[in-house]
Design a binder for this molecule. Structure first.
Ligand code: F6P
Length: 342
């Protein structure tokens, strides 16, 4: 058996841990060969490969990023994409493919496996934690830790200057990072893509915080939208999956707060810092288990499936089902956090 591995979409801490675990178990216990495809679906599309054996995965467990590279290439939107992917797999004698990615990368795996008979197993990754069918994606815990540390640091400088600090975190359609880091970091306002916000209400919370002589911290997800208005963008170009490049709402909100309250407000955009660097222990643990279970799914020829965390168990769910809908923050979870607002 020869197994191809690729990592697609935005990178996240823990990708290397998945690759290492799948290769270690596949080689040591099942005697499989591996081949890496570079830069997500671009690898099979353009027959761009990298050798992948036990030697190649030594020492990568704590390393962020991905030794295979990543991209948002979409073979379904490329000229002759399916045919080219199939040709590469035949040429490289690949019997099965492990695709490690988020909604987009796994959406492609679901189509290739459901409609075109390509033998795929999916592994869910994204710092956004917005894939349904799994309790957590790896990368999320690291991103939350980074954002929480930033919020802790911002509290002290905000208090020295008695100014509002707005922290913009990632989260396109789902505000999991904002909610978890905002709660863990003791934010005074948390704003998510799932619920439009009222700028006057945000200003009221900010002012009530100043009244008790504390400086407010506002955590906002990049995909959050004001009640009267649209998504705020600095850049309106699209990636190859048709997504706009988010960021800008934090800066916009700080200006509105200044204008409406007369208080000084500044913005920190955490951006790709949340995706870089070494994975947390939880993410290494989860990613390693996903890798071990993905290669077991290959051994069982259980294709068209994604490995997922349910409680402490790793289960297999149909790829099509796993990518059919996003996991967003339930209003009741957001309501829990509101007790700390203002
Ligand atoms: O897909 C996860 C994510 O982190 C989103 O939250 C964010 O909008 C996006 O990636 C940004 O990715 P990039 O800058 O690589 O296009």
């Amino acid at each position: 058996m020869r197994v191809g591995v690729l990592t697609g979409g935005g990178d996240c801490p823990g990708l290397n841990a998945v690759i290492r675990a799948a290769v270690r178990k596949g080689v040591q216990e099942y005697g499989y060969d591996f081949i890496g495809f570079r830069d997500g679906w671009r690898g099979p599309l353009e027959n761009d490969t990298v050798p992948l054996d036990i030697r190649a995965v030594r020492g990568i467990l704590p390393r962020g990023g991905t030794i295979l590279g990543s991209s948002r290439t979409n073979p379904l939107k490329s000229e002759g994409g399916i045919r080219r992917v199939k040709e590469t797999l035949v040429k490289q004698e690949v019997d099965a493919l492990i695709a490690i990615g988020g909604e987009d990368t796994l959406g492609v795996a679901a189509r290739l496996s459901g409609d075109y008979g390509i033998r795929c197993v999916g592994v869910p990754k994204t710092i956004d934690n917005d894939l349904s069918a799994t309790d957590y994606t790896f990368g999320f815990d690291t991103a939350v830790n980074i954002a929480t540390e930033a919020i802790d640091r911002l509290h002290t400088t905000a208090e020295s200057h008695m100014r509002v600090l707005v922290v913009e975190v990632m989260g396109r359609h789902a505000g999991w990072i904002a909610l978890h880091s905002g709660l863990a970091g003791g934010a005074n306002v948390i704003l998510l893509p799932e619920q439009r916000f009222d700028v006057d209400q945000v200003c009221a919370w900010v002012e009530s915080r100043f009244k008790i002589r504390y400086a407010p911290i506002v955590v906002i997800a990049e995909g959050a939208m004001p009640r009267d208005g649209d998504v705020v963008l600095k850049d309106d170009t699209l990636d190859s999956f048709g997504h706009v490049r988010l960021s800008g709402v934090g800066e916009w909100l700080a200006k509105e707060i200044e204008k409406r309250t007369g208080k000084e407000a500044r913005t920190t955009v955490l951006g790709h810092v949340q995706r870089g660097g070494t994975p947390s222990a939880f993410d290494r643990w989860l990613a390693t288990r996903f890798g071990l279970h993905a290669i077991d799914a290959v051994r069982d020829e259980d294709f068209g499936k994604m490995v997922a965390l349910r409680g402490t168990d790793i289960v297999r769910v149909p790829l099509a089902e796993a990518t059919a809908r996003l996991k967003t923050v339930d209003p009741s979870l957001y309501a829990e956090a509101e007790v700390f607002f203002g």
